[in-house]
Ligand binder design. Sequence first.
Ligand code: FAD
Ligand code: SF4
Ligand code: SF4
Length: 395
Amino acid sequence: MAVRVIIEKCIGCGKCLKNCPFDAITMENKIAVIGDACTSCGSCLDSCPKDAIEQEATNQEAKDLSMYQGVWVFAEQREGKIMPVVVELLGEGKKLAAEIGTELCAVVCGSQNENLAAELFAYGAEKVYLADAPELEKYTTDAYTKVINAAIIQYKPEIILFGATHIGRDLAPCLAVKANTGLTADCTKLEIDPDDHKIMQTRPAFGGNLMATIVCPNNRPQMSTVRPGVMDKAEYQPNRKGEVIRLACSFEAGEIRTKVLEVVKTMAETISLTDAEIIVSGGMGLGKQEGFDLLKQLADKLGGNVGASRACVDAGWIDHCCQVGQTGTTVKPKIYFACGISGAIQHIAGMQDSDLIIAINKNENAPIFEVADFGIVGDLYQVIPAVMEALDKIG
Ligand code: FAD
Ligand code: SF4
Ligand code: SF4
């Protein structure tokens, strides 16, 4: 979309200047002039009392949309390992690609990472765009943006999906700005219109009180970051083959403005609730921080991880990386224990897809029992030791 001033109508009042968040409008000879910084956001349109600003799709842009093909997944790797969310994105990307009859591709950056292509094929990618350079071993915004942006310009994907990880949330906006397109962050659902190929990107808005569905009608690629743990994983078929396309990677001195000196792993990176098969979560019913020691004992016995409600995180009893729910991690374990958790909607949003939910709560009317497969009404400090004793007996 191009935004332009209709010179004949402009009276030079200057109202549009204040409404441009990008300082893209200047006054020249008492006429508003829109400069290169304009992102076509449209904010200035309504501010003009004379309807002197208009937004229109150019023929060139309309023609360009049809040139964009393929669903791309950004295959984020760390230390040479594909992040779990990538497998979920490939699962979702495959569905989108099938609906519009296009191919599913992955784009991966790293150093000596050729082996990752086979894994990405096994998870359903038909093509892998591979960027292999020492500068790409560890993520930097500049290096990854340069390489992937060049690939977008050359190969013109129609859709690009990123995991809503720290890296995905950093990289995707940079690429969206360069491609002059839209980005919907933290999506929890994606659907596609098979006729016009628009993806309907749904995400929580206003603190989760409503779900907003966002489309990117006039620009390509359509870009989304997707919450880890929400989409179904792609099926692994080890013999699947595909095409590797190598991307050019050359960097000039000073072009990469950051240098990674050391990678320090936070607790969040050592504990992955997204992949856990068993989670023992605790809420305010624990009564004190030390209550998590008991949950840890049960989790260790079962080979699981400890989770928590937000109230416990807010109370400073446990790190945010353990929070399950709408503003924490979305989990889908085989067994989810909710111990002393009331079952607020924001907590349930993050765990309701667990295969089996076991709730322990001393209030028989607690909402958590509505989503639980098994409910135990009682004091968790009596129930959990009894459960552990029973587990010991069966070995
Ligand atoms: P409570 O609601 O206080 O429940 C404690 C429960 O423990 C009660 O049901 C009680 O009966 C039971 N109990 C007490 N003693 C015992 C005992 N000895 N044995 C057994 N049971 C006992 N919450 C999340 O969890 N995750 C989120 O991501 C999240 N995001 C949010 C986002 C927004 C925008 C907002 C507004 C809220 C969010 N919340 C989230 C907070 C949520 O609304 C609840 O406040 C929170 O989940 C309550 O935590 P809780 O169940 O531990 O505590
Ligand atoms: Fe500024 Fe947006 Fe108007 Fe462009 S469309 S001039 S960026 S307000
Ligand atoms: Fe011209 Fe309208 Fe801007 Fe006023 S608000 S300077 S009339 S374009």
